[in-house]
Ligand binder design. Structure first.
Ligand SMILES: Cc1cc2nc3c(=O)[nH]c(=O)nc-3n(C[C@H](O)[C@H](O)[C@H](O)COP(=O)(O)OP(=O)(O)OC[C@H]3O[C@@H](n4cnc5c(N)ncnc54)[C@H](O)[C@@H]3O)c2cc1C
Length: 439
């Protein structure tokens, strides 16, 4: 794109994040060019010519402040989220979830954006990032970013830093594990190691494999055609290759001795810590396409996980996202070019609300950059700050996209201590709004 005589911020992608970012910039009275390729060109998942299309479910998850998703929503509402304004105006009843009439929801946002004096919508595919242009850019092209732009982003952030499929293992809450059924150890090392090891007897293992084989799996979309790396196979694919495949793969017991039996277990599921506070533990190598209900059922066969609470379920799907640590700062500014910001699912968050939330932050910070103010880092006391910290500093070498969840807050027994989390969140956002006199 070659915007001429334009002094403002260019936002690429008119999805949930792009619309939030553009709207936040307009609140700061900053001109925006919003570049959206629809209706000229559609990704394989988008069908409507409206902006802010919900490509699958019509639910934005819970809005109860006793849930992490509700705490995040509360923060977004304080920051004048357009997505949540549209959601509440077009809500349909769905128990504890905030579900919407998707057509009316998208139409509401489309009208608000098109009628906004600060925003000009340009219906073009962006195929390059124009670095010669003096304007700031927010890239919010989502999990289905068009190929030519994806290539350009890959060149910009560095080869092998852009993923096209996510391969996600479930995460469980530490407090929900049965401590009498696991031991801590690292393979081939004495003493208490870094891993939680969940042993299975032969009977339990066989039962686990049989249940895995008969569990319901989610089909890939027509446009998805993942060629799995052998190191990244879903566990059900491994199980279908033979009874012992998992026992020689991610469930191998070698180098481990169960202190209860003083013997090597028949098979082991290892859990690796996901955060410093050790509240969240990742099921190592357990990426899966099982339906969520079946994930709960099948994993509960593993004794330590009998009553496990899942903070994130496993999944594998088409998803263009950046391996953000070292590439994107917690302000959503690119490490290598201060004119470029990223927003939405492409930053490594997962979910409609989380993507929109990243749009708000990118809009706030690109606005501050435009006004030559220092960028704002939301603290880890807020849900926004927790997500930003995760994507910019995740422990693992390969970032696995993350939804907001209570485990991320790093507080012991987060459900019991929910009030602390709620108060911290409220104070963190109020501080930002009051101190920075934000809109
Ligand atoms: C198939 C699928 C199903 C999903 N289902 C759910 C779900 O049920 N619940 C949930 O919470 N999350 C779901 N997600 C994850 C995620 O929350 C959504 O994809 C969410 O819409 C991401 O928001 P976004 O703003 O980052 O991207 P999007 O909402 O996808 O917006 C990106 C926009 O950029 C445009 N664009 C792309 N490339 C270019 C370009 N080169 N130039 C100009 N415009 C461009 C696209 O047309 C699109 O309008 C799903 C993801 C996928 C891929």
């Amino acid at each position: 794109m070659k915007p001429k005589n334009f002094n403002g911020v260019t936002v690429i992608g008119g999805g949930l994040a792009g619309c939030e970012a553009a709207f936040q910039l307009s609140l700061q009275k900053i001109p925006v060019q919003l570049i959206e390729m629809k209706p000229k060109k559609f990704t394989p998942a988008h069908k409507s010519s409206n902006l802010a299309e919900l490509v699958c479910s019509n639910s934005l998850k819970s809005d109860s402040i006793d849930k992490a998703a509700g705490i995040l929503k509360n923060e977004m509402i304080k920051l004048k989220s357009l997505v949540l304004e549209a959601a509440y105006k077009n809500k349909v009843s769905a128990g504890g979830a905030l579900a919407v009439d998707r057509e009316k929801f998208a139409q509401y946002i489309t009208n608000k954006i098109y009628n906004n004096d600060y925003i000009e919508v340009i219906n073009e595919e962006a195929t390059e990032i124009n670095f010669n242009n003096t304007n700031l850019i927010i890239i919010a092209t989502g999990p289905m970013t068009s190929n030519s732009l994806a290539e350009e982003i890959e060149n910009f952030i560095g080869m092998k830093s852009l993923a096209f499929y996510d391969s996600i293992s479930p995460i469980v809450l530490y407090d929900s594990l049965d401590r009498s059924q696991f031991f801590k150890a690292s393979r081939y090392e004495d003493g208490e190691g870094d891993y939680i090891n969940c042993p299975l007897t032969k009977v339990e293992y066989v039962n686990f494999i049989e249940s895995l084989n008969s569990a319901e799996k989610i089909d890939f979309h027509k446009f998805e055609n993942p060629n799995y790396f052998e190191g990244c196979l879903p566990i059900e694919e491994m199980a279908s290759r033979g009874l012992d495949t998992l026992r020689f793969g991610p469930m191998k017991p070698v180098g481990l001795t169960d202190p209860k039996t003083a013997r090597r277990p028949y098979a082991v599921l290892q859990l690796r810590k996901e955060n410093e506070a050790e509240t969240m533990w990742n099921l190592v190598g357990f990426q899966t396409k099982m339906k969520i209900g079946d994930q709960k059922k099948v994993f509960s066969i593993i004794p330590a996980l009998k009553n496990a609470e899942f903070l994130r379920f496993g999944s594998i799907h088409r998803n263009t996202y950046i391996n953000s640590p070292g590439k994107i700062k917690n302000t959503l500014q690119a490490e290598s070019n201060e004119k470029v910001f990223f927003a939405g699912q492409i930053t490594g968050v997962e979910g409609y609300t989380e993507s929109a939330a990243m749009g708000i932050v990118a809009g706030i910070n690109a606005g501050r950059a435009f006004n030559k103010k220092p960028l704002y880092s939301f603290t880890k006391f807020s849900a926004l700050g927790i997500l930003l910290d995760y994507i910019s500093n995740a422990n693992s070498k390969e970032l696995q996209p993350m939804n907001i969840n209570l485990g991320l807050f790093g507080i012991e027994k987060p459900k019991k201590n929910i009030q602390i989390i709620q108060n911290n969140s409220k104070k963190a956002i109020d501080d930002f709004i009051n101190r920075e006199k934000y809109v």
